[in-house]
Design a protein around this ligand. Structure first.
Ligand code: FAD
Length: 483
């Protein structure tokens, strides 16, 4: 099968039976029609349709080396510089479709799987069949164009002890049994975005494991269909209130949903396992395979699309109400431009300094991408702040569509006009600003960007530890020692 259409994505989803607890209801199917999910599912279907649009199909797809069918470009194993460029352009098309608001479009995990499968020999060091498993799984996801999400971190019970010690070792998902066909998993993982409407759940390592015998049951990587028996999702309250697009322009399209993941003795067949009982392999999972680099390449492309959107939005806002000439407003706009250009420079540097890794994959330089992923969680927080500051009371003068077209229409036309816009045009723009900086949807976006790659505080610790500062210390020391 080739790159899917939106219709094919929806058909598969309607045949799927994931167990989802949401607002007191238990769903065992029908996700695509549920008010909490149907709008975002439609948006995901649009992404699949873009793969077949005349203006995008050349960039969004390439010819599969096994089936000869067109498959999504995020599966392309880069060997030459133009492959990296093609990958980035494909990421950008999908990211632009949601103004960078969707964090779990398929290309994110596809990029990870591409890199993991290329490093199959590394997995095979643990057990030969694991190398074959990851290669086969990547090909399956590529050829069937499956939508994958992932769940990484242990439940947030007591962060003063390790993930494996939560609840006395009885809470985090762990291997509790093993038979001739596979392993049995019991416990929970904290979160998985888009879980109810993904096809597959990747249960991958995250926190560093100590390599002690007690850590072995927590040392695994596997993938299961999202309606596997015993797998349950507990969804948070939806932020899509099924309101008109005029009123909630982002929440009514891009509300991805986040779920706690419960494994109630889930049986995972061996052929779906890539690591078992090997903490060392878990600890090297992302770095040794270059998977973190390719994932970050996708993410920085997405965040640059999101920053372009913010720049466009702030510019329309400041033009609309005549703020452009004020210096502090220009200072805020300059901050957004500088962030955008920084992200673009990181992407360009990462691609320009790419090198072939030990598995023959052209891999972007990690240093610029790592800098981007350490900076953006904090840089993004400024954007809603700037929008709130510049929008001010205008963000509360935001009647709904029913008012714009109802009895208040004449007042709205007269009193809500702006320097450049009619009343209805201004309300439409300001509702978009509101959904980017004030609504519950926008709050969740800010939280998402902050924790996208993990806790920025602990990431900073790892960043400092991994960065070679010796040459700079030596240079300063030499200066101190200079006569
Ligand atoms: C909107 C959203 C969507 C998400 N989607 C996914 C997903 O799809 N898949 C997935 O796997 N994960 C997902 N996550 C989880 C994300 O990976 C985590 O939020 C992130 O790794 C931080 O972990 P935590 O939330 O458990 O925070 P905690 O680890 O509980 O940290 C809470 C606070 O305590 C501090 N703290 C805790 N422990 C330490 C320590 N040892 N040293 C110093 N400070 C500490 C932190 O700095 C932080 O301020 C999502 C998170 C959000 C918010």
């Amino acid at each position: 099968m080739a790159a899917r259409t939106g219709k094919e994505y929806l058909e598969r989803l309607s045949a799927s039976r994931p167990t989802v607890h949401i607002q007191g209801e238990t769903l065992t199917g029908g996700v695509q029609d549920h008010p909490a999910f149907r709008n975002v599912v439609r948006t995901y279907a649009e992404l699949y349709d873009l793969q077949h649009a005349d203006e995008h199909k050349e960039v969004l797809t390439y010819t599969s080396p096994t089936s000869g069918e067109r498959v999504n470009t995020s599966f392309l194993t880069p060997k030459a510089p133009e492959d990296l460029v093609k990958r980035r352009k494909a990421f950008k098309i999908w990211a632009d479709h949601s103004n960078g608001m969707l964090g779990r479009t398929g290309d994110y995990m596809n990029s990870s799987l591409m890199a993991l499968a290329s490093a199959a020999d590394w997995f095979a060091e643990s057990r030969p069949e694991f190398g074959e498993n990851i290669r086969r799984y990547y090909e399956k996801v590529r050829e069937e164009d499956l939508l994958c999400t992932h769940t990484l971190i242990p439940p947030q019970v007591n962060r003063s002890v390790s993930g494996t010690e939560q609840g006395g070792g009885k809470l985090s998902a762990r291997i509790v049994d093993e038979d001739d066909n596979g392993v049995v998993i019991r416990g929970a993982r904290m979160l998985a975005t888009i879980a109810p409407f993904a096809d597959e759940m990747l249960v991958f390592p995250s926190t560093v494991l100590r390599g002690t015998p007690e850590d072995k049951p927590y040392s695994y990587a596997f993938a299961i269909p999202n309606d596997t028996k015993g797998l349950r999702y507990i969804a948070r309250e939806p932020l899509d209130y099924d309101r008109p697009r005029h009123d909630h322009p982002l929440g009514s399209r891009f509300e991805e949903s986040d779920c706690v993941v419960v494994f109630d003795d889930v049986h995972v067949p061996y052929e779906r396992c890539f690591v078992l009982g090997d903490p060392e392999l878990c600890n090297g999972f992302y770095s040794r395979t270059s998977s973190q680099v390719h994932m970050t390449h996708q993410v920085v492309t997405r965040t640059s699309a999101k920053t372009e959107y913010i720049l466009g939005l702030v510019s329309l806002l400041t033009e609309a109400i005549g703020l452009e000439q004020f210096q502090h407003v220009q200072e805020d706009i300059a901050e957004i431009i500088a962030t955008l250009e920084t992200l673009r420079a990181f992407l360009r540097a990462a691609e320009a300094d790419a090198e072939i890794n030990e598995f023959g994959v052209l891999t972007p330089a990690f240093a610029p991408l790592n800098a981007a992923r350490n900076l953006y969680p904090k840089l993004y927080q400024r954007f809603p702040q700037i929008l709130r500051k510049l929008g001010a009371s205008g963000l509360m003068a935001t009647p709904t569509e029913l008012d714009v077209t109802g009895p208040a229409a004449a007042d709205i036309e007269a009193y809500l006009q702006s320097a450049t816009l009619t009343g209805p045009e201004r309300v439409k723009l300001f509702r978009l600003v509101w959904d980017t900086c004030i609504s519950a949807f926008s709050s969740r976006q800010a939280l998402y960007e902050y924790y996208f790659f993990g806790d920025p505080v602990r990431m900073a610790g790892a960043y400092v530890k991994s960065y070679d500062r010796e040459p700079y210390k030596a240079r300063v020391q030499a200066f101190l020692d200079r006569d």
